[in-house]
Design a protein around this ligand. Structure first.
Ligand SMILES: [Zn+2]
Length: 210
C-alpha cells in the first residue's frame, strides 16, 4: 500500500470514529473540501499534503477532552445518539473547569434558554439528549428538572427526571417566568402552588421546567 492509500484508509477510519463527513475533514484539515475527491481521483499527493493531514488527525485526537473520549468509547446508552454524534455535540459545550461545573450549551437555544438540537428534521432539547446518552431513558411522563437552575446546562449530573407537578413546585421560588405565568391563573388555581411554595424548604436555587 502506498502512502496515499494508507492515508485515505486512515482518514476513512478517523471519519467513522469521530462522526466526520469526508468533506468536513477536507475543509478542517486541508482547508478545502475537494481534498478527498482529488485524492480518490488519483491526483498526485505531495509528501507535504500527506504530512499535513496526518498532523491534523493527531492534533484533533489529542485535543479531545476525557469526557469526549469517554462518550466516543461508550456509544449510545438509552438514547438514539451515537458516540461520534455525541462527540460533535460535546464540541458545542463550553469546557467545564471542574467536575461539578455546569456544562454550558453554546449551540442554538430556544425559549427560556434551553439548548436545541435539530436531528433528522426533529427538534430536541439538548439537556434531554445528554441525559439519555449518559444516564438512560427518561421515564414516560416525567420531565427533566435542572437542579442547578441553569437552563443552558447539559451536565447529566445536574438533571433529574421528576413529575411535572414536582417540577412546578420546585421551580416556583426561583423561576420568574413561572411566577409570571402563575399570576395569570385564577386565584383558586393559584393557591395550591403558593401553599407548596411556602412549605418548600429546599435550597432556593431550584429548578426550571424541561
Ligand atoms: Zn448545571
Amino acid at each position: 500500500m502506498n502512502a496515499k492509500d494508507a492515508l485515505l484508509k486512515d482518514i476513512d477510519a478517523f471519519c467513522r470514529k469521530y462522526g466526520f463527513g469526508k468533506s468536513e475533514f477536507g475543509a478542517a484539515a486541508m482547508g478545502y473540501c475537494s481534498f478527498i475527491r482529488q485524492a480518490c481521483a488519483h491526483v498526485e499527493m505531495r509528501e507535504k499534503t500527506i504530512t499535513r493531514a496526518r498532523e491534523w488527525m493527531a492534533k484533533y485526537e489529542a485535543g479531545l477532552s476525557k469526557e469526549q473520549h469517554r462518550a466516543i468509547a461508550r456509544g449510545p446508552a438509552g438514547g438514539f445518539v451515537t458516540g461520534p454524534e455525541m462527540a460533535r455535540l460535546l464540541s458545542l459545550v463550553e469546557a467545564p473547569t471542574s467536575e461539578d461545573d455546569c456544562w454550558l450549551w453554546q449551540g442554538s437555544t430556544g425559549k427560556q434558554g434551553y439548548g436545541q438540537i435539530c436531528r433528522r428534521w426533529k427538534q430536541m432539547k439538548a439537556h434531554r439528549v445528554f441525559y439519555e446518552f449518559y444516564i438512560g431513558d427518561i421515564p414516560k411522563g416525567l420531565v427533566i428538572d435542572h437542579l442547578c437552575r441553569n437552563t443552558a446546562c447539559v451536565n447529566p449530573l445536574h438533571l433529574e427526571p421528576v413529575t411535572s407537578a414536582e417540577n412546578t413546585r420546585r421551580g416556583l421560588r426561583g423561576n420568574s417566568w413561572l411566577r409570571t405565568e402563575l399570576k395569570r391563573l385564577p386565584p383558586q388555581k393559584r393557591k395550591p402552588f403558593q401553599e407548596q411554595e411556602s412549605s418548600n424548604c429546599r435550597n432556593p436555587a431550584v429548578s426550571a421546567a424541561g
